[in-house]
Ligand binder design. Structure first.
Ligand code: CP
Ligand code: NVA
Length: 332
């Protein structure tokens, strides 16, 4: 019944919690979840009937929260949302105590927050699977959806080259680097020297790349770094919790904006062999408070809205991957 029985009862805090094969099986399972949902009838049997899942979120979210809520409800589970003002967590009660209480009542916990240490503590004390829905250090469920989107578009991950352009040390960049290396996909991080991936993230990705005979590279020049890329990926320049560094980041990352010139530099536009991905939310048009003042930041509107932009497939896939992960962890 559970297609990945080795993941039963397990948490997912970083991609290091799954083997390379388990990660690819989760991606394949997500594709099956999508096909199963798209099928007109008969209505599939709910896989998580009677389960209760809690979403503990210290940071804002559109995709992760909604993906988890719909994934749970479609499979017959109840999802309870606890925002930062709803619980005592870390203020009037230690994380360890909250974890033990939640673990007595819920079958699984999805956490989004600041310190990665918090999700580790939750997993240590809860006694039920804990999934990382983003911390300052990692965003593993995002990467499962990214890999699914690449596979969905190109038919296979084999031989693909990914170029990530922007803040190379953030949660998405480093998790993507790790995920690509675990999947055997070449990846170049194009970023300024000040924002390169940390030594530990680099080491982890290099180890996986060696195992899977692919390459991870850092290039400070985006024009050379994107050459040959099939996937151009960017993220916001200022992650949640780093708002005080906004002006400095914008100055540093302006030369790393993903625009049509950079897309052409891949050499793959004419061949229809390049897609654009972004975990979202994105500053791409003039419709937000920030971009009304500064214009588009990490990506221009013509790239974001282009036919080769697959950002909404990618966003939808968050739901299928989170569903796959919940089923793999909770169904015996
Ligand atoms: N990509 C992502 O995690 O989006 P949210 O912040 O909206 O959850
Ligand atoms: N790096 C971003 C990702 C948002 C989904 C952040 O942490 O804010």
């Amino acid at each position: 019944m559970n297609p990945i029985p080795s993941l039963y009862g397990k948490s997912l805090l970083t991609l290091d919690d799954v083997t390379d094969a388990e990660m690819l099986e989760l991606v394949a399972m997500s594709a099956r979840m999508k096909a199963r949902r798209d099928r007109p009838s008969p209505r599939p049997r709910a896989l998580l009937a009677g389960k209760n899942i809690v979403l503990v979120f210290e940071k804002a979210s559109t995709r992760t929260r909604c993906a988890a809520t719909v994934a749970a409800s479609e499979e017959g589970a109840h999802a309870e949302y606890l925002g930062k003002n709803d619980i005592h967590f870390g203020k009037k009660e230690s994380v360890a105590d909250s974890a033990r209480v939640l673990g007595r009542m819920f079958d699984g916990i999805l956490f989004r927050g600041f310190s990665h240490g918090t999700v580790v503590q939750l997993a240590t004390y809860a006694g039920v699977p804990v999934w990382n829905g983003l911390t300052d250090d990692a965003h593993p469920t995002q990467i499962l959806a990214d890999l699914q989107t690449m596979q969905q578009h190109f038919g296979s991950l084999s031989g693909l080259k990914v170029a990530y352009v922007g803040d190379g040390r953030n949660n998405v960049a480093t998790s993507l680097m790790h995920g690509c290396a675990k999947a055997g996909v070449d990846m170049t991080v194009c970023c300024p020297p000040e924002l390169e991936p940390g030594a530990m993230a680099m080491e982890l990705a290099e180890e996986a790349a060696k195992r899977n005979r692919c390459r991870v590279k850092v290039d400070n020049d985006p024009m050379s770094g994107v050459r040959g890329a099939n996937v151009l990926y960017t993220d916001v320049w200022v992650s949640m919790g780093e708002e005080s560094q906004f002006d400095q980041r914008v100055k540093l990352l302006r030369p790393y904006q993903v625009n049509m010139d950079l897309v052409r530099r891949t050499g793959n536009l004419e061949k229809n062999r390049v897609i654009f991905l972004h975990c979202l939310p994105a500053f791409h048009n003039h419709d937000t408070e920030v971009t009304r003042k500064l214009g588009p930041l990490e990506v221009t509107d013509d790239v974001f809205e282009a036919p080769f932009s697959k950002v909404f497939d990618q966003a939808e896939n968050r739901m299928h991957t989170i569903k796959a992960m919940m089923v793999a962890s909770l169904v015996e």
